[in-house]
Design a protein. Sequence first.
Length: 243
Amino acid sequence: MGKFVVANWKMNKTIKEARAFIDEFNAKLPKKYKNWCICAPFTCVFAVFEGLKSAGAVGVQNIYPQEKGAFTGEISPQMALDAGATWAIIGHSERRNLMGETDEFLAKKVKFALESGLKVIFCVGEKLEEHGRLKTVLKAELKALKGIDLSGVVIAYEPIWAIGTGRVASIEDIKRAHLAIIETIEKQNGVTPVVLYGGSVKSSNAGEIMALDEVGGVLVGGASLNADEFVKLIEIGGKYESK
Ligand code: PGA
């Protein structure tokens, strides 16, 4: 089925721009590719869902861990599902750092999203100054998944220093981090997780990254905003077997 290729549009695209992307994407993507997901801003989720002509998935980039109520500015998993999303990114470093989301709060979000029927892309990754104690940092972040049934969860390793910087982690760095994540989750949850790599992925570097056995796919920001580039990434992922 191919490795899992996920677009994280972040805070980009109006509805009109999302529709233009989807038109081009529909025209260019061969129908055989099914293991991909577009995580759009909330305002575009329904337009993306409605416009897609092939069998991938749509996701959101955050949720609040309550079904409804007095939570101004927030969106529930139920609302995301209603708009056509089946995946949610949780714990992206931009939310951890800009919005101050804690490990404890993220654990609540993961649990509630799964209970509500969404699947989860859970992000972890170290800051540049933490690179020397990578394993410890990853282990601490992965604690949020303790005791959770991971059948609807994939983990994304995104070194913060590689996000949007053009500075992709080396193949050795990626292997080391993915193995550390796999080992930690095997010990903690008793299952082998699918681990995506994220951080300045584009079609020119995705081939060698997705060729790694420890890499289950990619989470792509900047390069996913361009339909032609995103199709290329899905085609690269399609050359490999998914786990
Ligand atoms: P980038 O973002 O591909 O622009 O580096 C990746 C991400 O933050 O998910």
